[in-house]
Design a binder for this molecule. Structure first.
Ligand code: FDA
Length: 398
């Protein structure tokens, strides 16, 4: 029996997420015949769920310093050639209203559905064909140097293949390790992956002491491995979350020292001295409840700090309390894992890729873009900006 004929085009893109759609529309606008294949039942699922349904689609303060990668220089070229302002121009052209939340983070006023609709409209205008429910069974590299994909919807062939299948986070949304398997098949190194922008879990004493405070939030500065993020911490049933913790989780690994400044921006020692002077008879836990959530302050004083009237503390004791408030050591036991992680750290080693085209250094025509690559951004729109920028770089080079 002869195999069914392959359907041919100029480029095949695996993954109709942020990076894949941007790459496809860019290449389509240049006149290439592009086909995007996705195994999920609809496109852009992560865009839809992002930013609480409003998609934090970029960050106007994006710089290469906002990314983690074994090669911190790799992201520079693509980010410089497709900036947040390029994406903002596209958003404005489609009449999508947006606002800045904080620190350059831009969100849709209405819905992240508008971003998906915009990308689909651009793809349609550029003649891009998108197929969902298209599981890929096998990828072959033919003697003629073409890529042949065996899929649930038949065979597809093209001289260029773009892998935009994302990372491992949120498997229920269609995430798979497919891109890594494919990279290895073509001789690419894949750096160890782990969950990023993810809540941390606590165990033992810390868990026992804090779990019933779930829902309590406070501003902190979270510090680990030389990095510091100032934002909110949220106590959860199993540990800690909130933007400060999600940010620092990218830099934390089991066993690493994690410290929290519970009074960020305040001089704890000066505050305690002032209290000792002006409010001598007040108990420390009462005063701490004025600058921290009440239940949290009480819990601190049950387990970490001995509370008594301020006049009874020696200067040395006050110094110790200030040091603890400034540098509270919290022992995290792990992360909530890919089930809730926003991103995957690690991935396809950038050493094997061109930073200007995202093309494989040893397999001409093969490209890797977006989250599957070992480039991971901070929380705040940086990951989508990498998806747009790397997708644009590949789309221009196909
Ligand atoms: P993405 O995961 O978007 O797309 C990959 C596509 O490939 C999917 O459509 C998938 O179905 C498909 N696929 C996978 N395996 C396949 C296979 N074997 N065959 C065929 N298709 C396959 N970032 C940000 O900047 N701002 C934000 O507000 C948020 N918010 C946010 C919330 C949540 C809950 C999550 C989980 C993540 C975010 N992010 C974010 C991160 C952001 O969503 C992420 O960095 C990008 O979606 C990555 O884009 P990619 O196109 O690389 O992968």
């Amino acid at each position: 029996m002869t195999a069914p004929p392959s359907t041919s085009c100029d480029a095949l893109v695996i993954g109709a997420g942020a990076a894949g759609l941007m790459c496809a529309l860019t290449a389509g606008q240049r006149g290439l015949r592009v086909r995007v294949l996705d195994h999920a039942n609809k496109v852009g699922k992560k865009i839809l769920m992002s930013g609480g349904g409003r998609c934090n689609f970029t960050n106007t303060g994006t710089t290469p310093a906002n990314y983690l990668s074994a090669n911190p220089h790799f992201c520079k070229s693509a980010l410089a050639r497709y900036t947040p302002w390029h994406f903002i121009e596209l958003v404005e052209r489609h009449g999508i209203a947006y606002h800045e939340k904080e620190l350059g983070q831009l969100f849709c006023d209405e819905s992240s559905k508008q971003i998906v609709a915009m990308l689909l409209a651009e793809c349609a205008a550029a003649g891009v064909e998108i197929r969902t429910h298209c599981a890929i069974e096998r990828v072959e590299h033919t003697d003629a140097g073409r890529f042949r994909l065996h899929t649930a919807q038949g065979r597809f062939e093209a001289p260029s293949l773009v892998v935009a299948s994302g990372g491992l986070s949120i498997p229920s949304m269609g995430a798979s390790g497919f891109g890594y398997t494919l990279a290895r098949q073509f001789g690419h190194a894949v750096l160890p992956t782990r969950a990023g922008l993810v809540p941390l879990t606590l165990s033992g004493k810390h868990a026992e002491r804090l779990h019933d405070l779930a829902g309590v939030a406070l501003p902190v500065e979270a510090r680990c491995n030389g990095m510091a993020f100032r934002s909110f911490l949220l106590v959860t049933h199993r540990g800690i979350s909130g933007p400060a913790i999600l940010q620092i989780s990218n830099y934390w690994q089991p066993g690493d020292d994690l410290r929290l400044d519970l009074l960020p921006g305040q001089d704890a020692e000066a505050l305690l001295r002032e209290w000792q002077h002006a409010r001598r008879d007040a108990e420390l836990k009462t005063l701490l409840a004025e600058v921290l959530p009440k239940r949290f302050a009480q819990r601190l004083c049950e387990h970490w700090i001995a509370s008594k009237p301020l006049r009874q503390y020696t200067p040395r004791e006050l110094e110790g309390i200030a040091a603890l408030l400034r540098d509270w050591p919290l022992v995290a036991s792990g992360t909530e894992g890919y089930r809730t992680a926003e991103v995957t750290l690690g991935g396809v080693d950038t050493d094997g890729l061109s930073s200007s085209t995202m093309m494989s250094r040893h397999v001409p025509g093969l490209h890797f873009i977006g989250e599957v690559v070992d480039v991971t951004g901070w929380l705040g729109g940086y990951n989508f900006q990498w998806a747009w920028a790397s997708g644009h770089a590949a789309g221009h080079a196909l």
